[in-house]
Design a protein around this ligand. Structure first.
Ligand code: ADP
Ligand code: MG
Length: 247
């Protein structure tokens, strides 16, 4: 199992990249898409409905412990519910984390969920995680051990600075992020004025994805990116990137 996580500041194209990665990898085998953004929207970009997030599931069990059917242990029940929360598609499966924390202590449930999530993820050849903006998720387990960490940025100094902070934080927290890749999105190439600061960032790879009209068209028409034509510029580029960085 290989884990690919997408990180970066808000609005730079994280969910878009995660969707395109799911599309790319699903051509090989059914992969698991994990929406770790509390503003669940990866499913929208991929074109599937989510009934229940892990956060909702956790809350339901906490609020109504009596809801566990007779003859079922709490552990079995949580496992069963987790199974129900997986959206199964033909090309990929998806699970949405929802809100990660709330009032009350969820330690017991959280621990169980972690164990189940880990064993669930093991069943897939690829797990693609779309994270919320910022760095908070780095201290959560979802991005602690990855094979590839994509840090998405726009082609601006502030964007790159944020990306470098995220990279710095992964080092500070001693995370096992595997290959780190700075993705400058919506630009045909790395702008000259950013080259120096990027080279200081210590990324394993620096790649670009062009602004793609087909993405904008699909989004404005509400069409899922999983159906984006393979001839679209962003997808062609992503295929090259995957080859280059060895996914
Ligand atoms: N390469 C691209 N070409 C054109 N539009 C893009 C591209 N990448 C992202 N977008 C658009 O930019 C907006 C923000 O992208 P999104 O993936 O939602 O960002 P994030 O998840 O980082 O908040 C969306 O409207 C998306 O369609
Ligand atoms: Mg997003």
């Amino acid at each position: 199992m290989k884990t690919l996580a997408v990180s970066g500041k808000g609005g730079v194209g994280k969910t878009t990249l995660a969707s395109l990665l799911v599309k790319l990898l699903s051509k090989r085998k059914v992969s698991l898409a994990v929406d770790a953004d509390p503003n669940t929207n990866l499913n929208l970009m991929l074109g599937v409905d989510v009934d229940k997030t892990i956060g909702q599931l956790r809350e339901d069990i906490t609020e109504d412990p009596e809801g566990i059917p007779n003859g079922m242990s709490k552990q079995e029940y949580i496992k069963y519910q987790l199974q129900m929360a997986i959206v199964e598609g033909s090309k990929f499966d998806l699970i949405a984390m929802g809100r990660q924390d709330g009032p009350g202590c969820y330690c017991y449930i959280n621990n169980l969920l972690r164990v189940f999530m880990d064993s669930l993820a093991e069943k897939y050849p690829y797990v693609v995680i779309d994270n919320e903006a910022g760095m908070e998720h780095l201290s959560r387990r979802t991005t602690k051990n990855t094979d590839f960490l994509f840090i998405v940025s726009d082609a601006t100094q502030t964007g790159v600075l944020t990306a470098e902070r995220i990279k710095g934080m992964t080092e500070e927290l001693k995370l096992n992020t595997g290959t780190t890749c700075l993705v400058l999105n919506k630009t045909p190439e790395v702008p000259e004025n950013l080259q120096e600061s990027i080279s200081k960032g210590g990324f394993d790879y620096v790649v670009t994805i062009p602004e793609d009209k087909t993405i904008a068209e699909f989004v404005s028409e509400g069409k899922p990116l999983i159906d984006l034509p393979e001839t679209s510029p962003s997808f062609i580029k992503l295929k090259q990137i995957a080859k280059e960085i060895g996914i």
